[in-house]
Each structure stands twice: as structure tokens, then as C-alpha cells.
Design a protein around this ligand. Sequence first.
Ligand code: CA
Length: 196
Amino acid sequence: MGSHGSHLEREPELDLILQETGFSKANLNRLHHRFRYLDKNNKGFLSRTDLHNIKELEMNPLGDRIINSFFPDGGECVDFRGFVWVLAHFRPSQEEDPTVQDPQKPEPLNSRNNKLRFAFQLYDLDCDGKISMKEMLQVLRLMVGVEVTEEQLEVIAARTVQEADEDGDGSVSFVEFTKSLEKMNIEHQMSIRILK
Ligand code: CA
């Protein structure tokens, strides 16, 4: 049993992955195990079907949309680097001291801003930079139970957009989205305990 030469060490872009995701080597090692476990036929990549076997995503009302973010170009497979790149947005961020952030380095994927960006694109399906009333309604439909009627949902969607919509264009921009979530602990909301 070669305990030193782990599968992770054989990842061609390991240094780059460590840098861009901020995951520790121990965490990456665990995720690599998870990746290989999910990769049923040893394809070297994961398909949508493989990702549906992640319990944390299957239970999430926006799980399908999160799964879509693993395939930004509409492709059908995601390699280890792409897999952990998405998961890095869900890495808990409170463990780091932001004051030691190196200004030369890009903003970490799990910063509040990047978590918000990630959440925003889950709403903004047509990628026009705004959450329309229709897009808000679609998300609400996924999130709430069957006991809420379509009419009630439309009222809630309209109110949610109205409350955030500062410039009155009938949709929610990223800035407006950020402001409306100012008091919400997004760092906590968007930390999935996927690393156990
Ligand atoms: Ca939109």
C-alpha cells in the first residue's frame, strides 16, 4: 500500500488547484477520494448523473442549478479541478483572517463577494446580470412547499423584487442583490459541510 504516493499527488495541476481553491492538501485529499467514489466507471471525470449522487446536493432545493454550475459551458463532464473549483465557493470562510489576505492574490472563491456572485447566477438563468420577476418566481417555486399557491408565489416574488429593486427597473441587479442580503450571514448559509 503506497500511502505516500496518493492519487491526489498524481493530479497534473495540483499546485494550481491548491492555489485557486484555498483547500488544504488534507481537504483536497478527501475530496479526491469523494471524486473517485462518485466517478462510477473510472472515467476520470464526473457526469451530471454522478453529481446527483451527492446527498447534500440532492437535498438542496437548488441542487439542480448548483449541479449546472459544474458545467459552465453546457458540457457533460467535469474533471477534478472543475469539481473542486465549484465546491470552493462553499468552503467555510470564517476560519481565515482576512487581514492576512495577500493583495497580489485574487480574491478567494469563498469570499463573501464570490459566494454572493455564485448565488446570484443560480437565480439569473439568462445571465443578463439581473434577476427578473420571472426568474425570482422560478427560484421561489423550487424553494417553497406545495402548500403555497401559484398566486401567492407571484405576490411573494413581486414583493421580493420590489423590495430589492432600488433603481425601479423591475429586476434585481447584483448590487441590489448584495444590498438586500447585507444583513444575512451568507458565509454561513453558503457553507456546505461537504468535507467530512
Ligand atoms: Ca436575468
